[in-house]
Design a protein around this ligand. Structure first.
Ligand code: MN9
Length: 294
């Protein structure tokens, strides 16, 4: 049974200081805020969590902090993908030692284009090091044929499915039918969550969920209970906010919004955007106009 994850799972931001050290208290406060809203789980150290830009220690501190803050209430998926693939293997092992429910990784084609066999071997080893279920992070790094890629990677022991962040929902639906339908497919693009649900995704993982857990939870519930028109309207409301966030650089904008909510989320990794006071005020004014209450 591969469908381990379902519902609304924020891709957590990682708050760190100017030296790249985790601000654990801030991470804890953000996690508690999401838990109070009723989210179903978290995706840690992913693209939104800036995992690729952080030290191994900060990544380990972040997942340990998240596990402690959740205390078993919801499931945690740790993204272990790293440019240093040996680090990814170590992070996989660490994930199991500290008690994660699953690991995930981008396809390691960051610069080199590996062969499918090499990539399958990478996922095989991630599972081998950890014994944990593996959710492939399927993006453009998986190549131009995501269905064919997922078909192959589902042959690897321990791979349960994917977090799918591509705009091709035809391929997503075909992927949901792999392995006789026993595959866990989670939607990536927040602005198209409803498309993913309609095409068979079991839930969503997203960066803007950090700011609007309640709206995404309502969307998921409306869709699950057959109220499609209501779900559509919630999505369209969400998208007004998402378009403002995207226009400011989504991760930087999510962090700045959390800062303004009092969470001390800090800035994105260098050389990413930092907000001056005037920038921040202008951004927040736009966000309010899009219907986001802050
Ligand atoms: O798939 C996120 N993707 C990245 C997860 O962070 C690259 C999404 O949540 C997007 O940030 C979001 C905005 O486009 O949909």
């Amino acid at each position: 049974m591969n469908k381990l994850f379902r519902g609304i799972m924020p891709a957590l931001v990682t708050p760190f200081d100017s030296e790249g050290r985790l601000k654990a208290r801030s991470a804890e406060a953000i996690i508690k805020y999401e838990l109070a809203a009723g989210v179903d789980g978290f995706y840690v150290n992913g693209a939104t969590g800036e995992g690729l830009f952080l030290s191994e220690k900060t990544r380990m501190d972040m997942i340990e902090t998240a596990l402690a803050a959740c205390a078993g209430r919801v499931k945690l998926i740790n993204h272990v993908g790293a440019v240093d693939t040996l680090q990814a293997l170590r992070l996989a092992k660490h994930s199991a030692e500290v008690g994660c429910d699953a690991i995930s990784s981008l396809v390691p084609n960051y610069i080199a284009a590996y062969t499918t066999e090499q990539i399958l071997d990478y996922y095989r080893r991630l599972h081998g090091e950890s014994g944990l279920p593996v959710l492939v992070y399927c993006t453009h790094l998986a190549g131009s044929a995501p269905y064919e890629f997922m078909k192959r990677v589902m042959e690897v022991e321990g791979v349960i499915g994917c977090k799918y962040t591509l705009p091709d929902y035809y391929s997503m639906h075909r992927i949901t039918e792999l392995n006789g339908g026993d595959i866990n497919v989670i939607n990536g693009p927040d602005e198209m969550l409803i498309c993913g649900l309609v095409m068979g995704a079991d839930g969503g993982i997203g960066s803007t969920y950090n700011l609007m857990p309640d709206r995404f939870l309502r969307l998921f519930r409306a869709y699950s209970e057959g109220r499609l028109e209501e779900a559509r309207q919630i999505q369209f409301g969400i998208n007004k906010v998402v378009s403002v966030l995207l226009s400011h650089g989504v991760i930087a904008a999510v962090k700045e919004t959390l800062n303004r909510m009092g969470f001390d989320a800090g800035s994105v990794a260098y050389p990413g955007r930092t907000f001056s006071k005037a920038d921040s005020d202008a951004f927040i004014a736009e966000l309010r106009q899009s219907g986001y209450e802050i």
